[in-house]
Design a protein around this ligand. Structure first.
Ligand code: SAM
Length: 217
């Protein structure tokens, strides 16, 4: 029988801590969340590998290290209202929900949103709301958000997300050309916006009104 706990412990030690990420709350949470429940049937054995995996609809569940890096960049204390754009499998949603007060997550592909909802419900995570729609325009109804996380690559930071970010607030988003981006950290404090990049990454495109064009055909 597979010992999922052992696989998670190794994932955290050899893929995440070994790369220098030391946020103990993030590491502990990633030791807990059963990543294999978020991948497609038959792919469970690969769930803890050091890579992204397909989840259908040409989308991916992000590499564990990237999930840890982005989550750590949000600097969550447990009090925050978080907006996530790109629910995907719901794996990172689950990780964040354990480190923040409440998560609002937007996914443009309905089948993925439905599957993510089912998995998150199975795990009894009740502080998550999911909306099917275009996350490039944010989720106005519950704004402002203390933290915003975008899990798809955008040509620029969508203006609605800057507007819906609380002050103080932190927004994490991959920005750059379609196939290769920089992980950008945007901080709002006293009305001033500061940005810095944390290094290269490669995400599926953020598709919508204020990002890449919706594919046709
Ligand atoms: N963090 C996710 C996980 O743990 O499975 C992986 C997210 S995947 C890399 C990016 C997701 O962003 C895809 O599910 C894609 O459909 C979604 N997406 C792309 N453009 C979007 C948009 N405008 N609004 C909402 N979701 C979008």
């Amino acid at each position: 029988m597979t010992d999922w706990e052992d696989l998670r412990r190794d994932m955290v030690e050899f893929q995440i801590a070994a790369r220098g990420l030391s946020d103990s709350r993030v590491l502990a949470t990633m030791r807990e969340v059963p990543r294999h429940l978020f991948v497609g049937r038959g792919m469970e054995a690969s769930a803890y590998g050091d890579h992204a995996l397909p989840i259908g609809e040409e989308q991916t569940i992000s590499q564990p290290y990237m999930v840890a890096l982005m989550t750590a960049a949000l600097r969550l204390t447990g009090q925050e209202k978080v907006l996530e754009i790109g629910t995907g499998s719901g794996y990172q949603t689950a990780v964040i929900s354990k480190l923040a007060d409440r998560v609002f997550s937007v996914e443009r592909i309905e089948t993925l949103a439905t599957r993510a909802r089912e998995t998150l419900d199975t795990l009894g995570l009740t502080n998550i709301s999911i909306l099917v729609g275009d996350g490039t325009i944010g989720w106005k109804e519950f704004a402002p958000y203390d933290r915003i996380l975008v899990t798809a690559g955008s040509p620029a930071v969508p203006i609605s997300l800057i507007e819906q970010l609380a002050d103080p607030g932190i927004l994490v988003i991959p920005v750059g050309p379609r196939k290769m981006q920089q992980l950008r950290i945007v901080e709002k404090r006293d009305g001033i916006i500061e940005k810095h990049d944390e290094g290269g990454c490669a995400f599926v495109p953020l598709v919508g009104k204020d990002a890449w064009e919706v594919p046709t055909g």
